[in-house]
Write a protein that binds this ligand. Structure first.
Ligand SMILES: [Mn+2]
Length: 205
């Protein structure tokens, strides 16, 4: 018997008075991406996320970046997480758990994830209260929090040590990407089953 897994793709459109977002993802991609948020450093981080997760991401956000970067980053996190959640569908056959230690020059960051259906973020990442380009560093936590909520993912991110703020933030995105790639990948021995004794990993059930 051949186990057929449907294409794991999805698209999400979300428009509010603050942001207008279109995003398409393919979980079984090759890391191709088109990212346009109007925030160049954020684009750089989302390109890392796609490249190292091998999830193809086509994302456009027209946000109120004349106000600040907060709404754009929070809402992009939510829309991207929702697209991942939809593409995962019933979560059959996925590996579910993964973790990665990611070194980047002087810095080391660990990401542990559970594609659990239960949203949770632990953020043990201490950043100096500065801005990189137009983004206040505190908003990166909001991105990952939104993502965890709409993707129904348990994410534990911890920067173990590091000095350079760019490296610390980038190591969070890269460690998240690589652990996500592994956790949503399919286990050939378990394609017909949801990896839970409860029998479901669908969000918030
Ligand atoms: Mn960089």
């Amino acid at each position: 018997m051949t186990n057929k897994i449907d294409d794991r793709i999805s698209s999400v459109n979300r428009k509010t008075n603050e942001t207008d977002i279109e995003v398409k993802v393919n979980l079984d991609g090759i890391g191709e991406n088109q990212i346009r948020t109007g925030l160049s450093f954020f684009d750089h981080m989302l390109q890392q996320l796609s490249k190292h997760s091998l999830i193809d991401i086509d994302l456009t956000c027209i946000g109120d970046i004349n106000v600040d970067s907060h709404h754009t980053m929070e809402d992009v996190g939510w829309a991207l997480g929702k697209a991942i959640n939809d593409a995962l569908d019933n979560r059959k056959g996925i590996k579910r758990y993964s973790h990665v230690y990611l070194p980047m020059d002087e810095c080391l960051t660990r990401c542990c994830i559970d594609v659990s259906g239960r949203p949770w973020l632990i953020w043990n990442v201490f950043l100096p209260n500065i801005s990189i380009k137009e983004i206040e560093t505190e908003i990166f936590k909001e991105f990952f929090h939104s993502f965890s909520q709409s993707a129904c993912l348990t994410i534990h991110l911890e920067n173990i040590y590091g000095q350079n703020t760019h490296h610390i933030i980038e190591s969070c995105f890269k460690s998240f990407a690589i652990s996500l790639r592994d956790a949503v990948s399919l286990d050939k021995r378990n394609l017909d089953n949801v990896p839970s004794t409860k029998g479901t990993l669908i969000g918030n059930k």
